[in-house]
Design a protein around this ligand. Structure first.
Ligand code: HEM
Length: 224
C-alpha cells in the first residue's frame, strides 16, 4: 500500500474523519531509523506497514491510552468529591485495587465501540444478519442491575465482585488495561496519601463526544 493511502483491503477500517499524515509525519515514518517507525516495522509488521497504518497505530495508542485513562482519573476525582462517604471509605480502607475497578465501572470512560455482524446470530431475542452494525455501550452494561444489583447506579469503592466490562471483552480486550490500572492506582494512592484532601472549585467542562466520556476542564484545589 502506498504511504499515506487509506486502507482498501476488505474489512479494513476507514478513518475518514482523521487527516492523512502531514509531510513531516510521512517523512519521519519513512525514515527507517525513526523511533516512530522502528518498533512496528521490525517487530510487528511484515511487509512494512504503510505510513497511514503507522499513523493510525500512533493515533490508537495516543487516543486509547491517553483519553481513556485521564478521563477515568478526572471523573473519578469528581465522583469521589460528590460522594464524600465513598471518599472516606477509600481513606479508611485504602483498597485501591477494588476502588479503581469500581471507578472503571462507574465512569466507563469509553462510551462505545461497534461491530459488524458477519454471520446470522440471535442476541437478546433480536435477529442479527451479516452486515448489521451493533453498538456496544460499555456504560449501559456496567450499570446492568441484573449483574450489579440495586446499587448498580451507585459508586461503591468496596464493590466486590465487580465483573465490569470497561475494558471490553474477548479478543479485543484492552491492550493497555494493566497500565491503566497501575496509573489510576498510583494517582489515587498519592492523592490520598500525600495530599489528603482536594476540593473541586468550579464547574466541570464536558467534552462533546459520543465516544469518550470526557471532561475538558475541572478546577481542583489540592490541600496537604
Ligand atoms: C481507563 C483506561 C482504558 C479504558 C477504559 C480502555 C477501554 C478499552 C476498550 C473498551 C477496548 C475494547 C475495544 C473494542 O472491543 O473494540 C480497548 C481496546 C484497546 N485499548 Fe484500551 N482502554 C484504556 C486504556 C488503554 C491504554 C492505557 C492503552 C495503551 C497504552 C490502551 C490501548 C488499547 C488498544 C491498543 C486496544 C485495542 C485492542 C484490540 O483491538 O485488540 N487502552 N480499550
Amino acid at each position: 500500500m502506498a504511504g499515506g493511502a487509506p486502507p482498501t483491503a476488505p474489512g479494513a477500517t476507514s478513518w475518514s474523519c482523521r487527516p492523512t499524515p502531514t509531510a513531516p509525519d510521512a517523512a519521519r515514518c519513512d525514515d527507517p531509523g525513526s523511533p516512530l517507525r522502528t518498533p512496528p516495522t521490525t517487530r510487528w509488521a511484515r511487509p512494512r506497514s504503510s505510513s497511514h497504518e503507522l499513523h493510525m497505530l500512533c493515533y490508537l495508542l495516543l487516543g486509547a491510552g491517553n483519553e481513556t485513562t485521564r478521563n477515568l482519573i478526572t471523573h473519578g476525582l469528581l465522583g469521589l468529591t460528590r460522594n464524600p462517604a465513598q471518599q472516606e471509605r477509600l481513606r479508611e480502607g485504602r483498597d485501591l485495587k477494588l476502588a479503581v475497578e469500581e471507578l472503571l465501572r462507574w465512569v466507563s470512560p469509553l462510551v462505545h465501540q461497534a461491530r459488524t455482524v458477519t454471520t446470522d446470530a440471535e442476541v437478546a431475542g433480536c435477529h442479527l444478519a451479516p452486515g448489521d452494525q451493533v453498538v456496544m455501550l460499555y456504560g449501559a452494561a456496567n450499570r446492568d442491575e441484573r449483574v450489579f444489583g440495586e446499587t448498580a447506579e451507585e459508586l461503591d469503592v468496596t464493590r466486590d465482585p465487580n465483573p465490569h466490562l470497561a475494558f471490553g471483552f474477548g479478543e479485543h480486550f484492552c491492550l493497555g488495561a494493566a497500565l491503566a490500572r497501575v496509573e489510576a492506582r498510583v494517582l489515587f494512592d498519592e492523592l490520598v496519601d500525600r495530599l489528603g484532601h482536594w476540593s473541586v472549585v468550579g464547574p466541570d467542562e464536558r467534552l462533546r463526544s459520543t465516544m469518550i466520556r470526557g471532561i475538558k476542564r475541572l478546577p481542583v484545589v489540592l490541600a496537604p
